[in-house]
Design a binder for this molecule. Structure first.
Ligand code: NAG
Ligand code: NAG
Length: 324
């Protein structure tokens, strides 16, 4: 989630060009209503699934034609969709809530994890689990693909919840100081599972880190490790890490407000990660991205090295990463 200020700036209509991009970029979609996009998941078909904190509709974007369609509207009074991840073929888990635009938080007691099933001819959405009523900052979500386990970050309490998409059981996976917010800034935000590791960003603390996943899908709180930190100034409402994507080489691409992507490359033993800030975009401007919120790689042969970046300014920007 980004701040209201960022959204206001975006709505003022800041110019968007790729003139300063260090990697080639193409804006493949711009929401006419400047609907802020929050998160993205890619279907095996290549379709991009998009969420917005200002809409209960799950959208699908055809990356080649730039055509946006509604997949399904999540019910139960939801006004906001956040993290989304595929837990088995064409079965997605998504965070839904009623959003309070005044406080820029979710409304306690309305936060739930829904299952969106896209395997049949008609999409079906089912409420699987409610998060505790104290939760007003459910944010990133990532699944252990091929299982019923999904992890959900609560930016407000520094907690990663574990949800069983079959039984609806909700458990605290880990709560830790390294995941907590600071003041009004969000704590643990983006999550991405890769084999037996879950990578996270903490917006308020300006950290990119990892946690080991133990057998049984439990999280080892003692294993929390910081792999990189926000540069170019301390975290603020305007400048922070948002969600991230992993590529097939094990690198992490982290969306950074106000307008860039940082690349983290592991060395052979995964101990020291090389950080490349603004691998694309600008560290202090909106020339390429009007506040990048999340990103994901394409899944078809023609776009496997394309990173799709969602923004608070209602864009989906395709980044050609084949050069790196
Ligand atoms: C949103 O927050 C404002 C300010 O705290 C409050 O007055 C209002 O009742 C909240 N709306 C909902 C739906 O909770
Ligand atoms: C959890 O992580 C710590 C630190 O890496 C490690 O010493 C410990 O053995 C791990 N626990 C388990 C059960 O793997």
């Amino acid at each position: 989630m980004a701040s209201t200020l960022m959204r206001a700036l975006a709505i003022l209509g800041l110019a968007v060009s790729s003139a300063f991009a260090s990697l080639p970029t193409t804006t493949i979609y711009q929401s006419p209503a400047m609907l802020p996009f929050e998160n993205i998941a890619v279907r095996a078909s290549g379709e991009l699934l998009l969420t917005s904190v200002y809409s209960p509709v799950l959208y699908s974007l055809d990356a080649s034609s730039g055509t946006l369609t509604d997949v399904i509207t999540i019910g139960g009074g939801a006004t906001s969709l956040l993290g989304i991840s595929e837990f088995s073929a064409d079965n997605f888990a998504v965070v839904a809530a009623e959003f309070n635009a005044t406080t820029d938080t979710e409304v306690g007691g309305t936060v739930a994890i829904w299952h969106v099933c896209l395997t049949g001819s008609t999409p079906v959405a089912t409420n699987i689990a409610s998060l505790p009523s104290s939760v007003i900052g459910a944010n990133g979500l990532s699944a252990i693909f091929g299982s019923s386990t999904v992890f959900v970050a609560d930016s407000g309490s520094g907690t990663i919840f574990t949800i069983d998409m079959s039984s609806g059981a909700v458990a605290v996976g880990v709560q830790a100081a390294a995941l907590e917010p600071v003041g009004q800034l969000l704590g643990v935000n983006g999550l991405k599972v890769s084999e037996s590791t879950i990578y996270f960003t903490n917006s308020a603390q300006g950290t990119f880190g990892s946690i080991d996943i133990l057998p049984g899908a439990t999280l080892n709180a003692s294993s929390i490790t910081t792999l990189g930190t926000l540069e170019d100034g301390a975290p603020s409402a305007q400048h922070l890490f948002d969600d991230l994507a992993l590529d097939t080489e094990g690198r992490a691409w982290v969306a950074v407000h106000p307008g860039s992507i940082s690349l983290f490359t592991p060395n052979d033993d995964q101990a020291d990660w090389v950080q490349t800030d603004a691998i694309v975009g600008d560290t202090d401007d909106y020339d390429v991205f009007v506040v990048p919120t999340s990103c994901a790689f394409g899944r078809t042969p023609s776009d496997a090295t394309t990173l799709y970046v969602t923004t608070d300014g209602g864009q989906v920007v395709a980044v050609d990463t084949s050069g790196v």
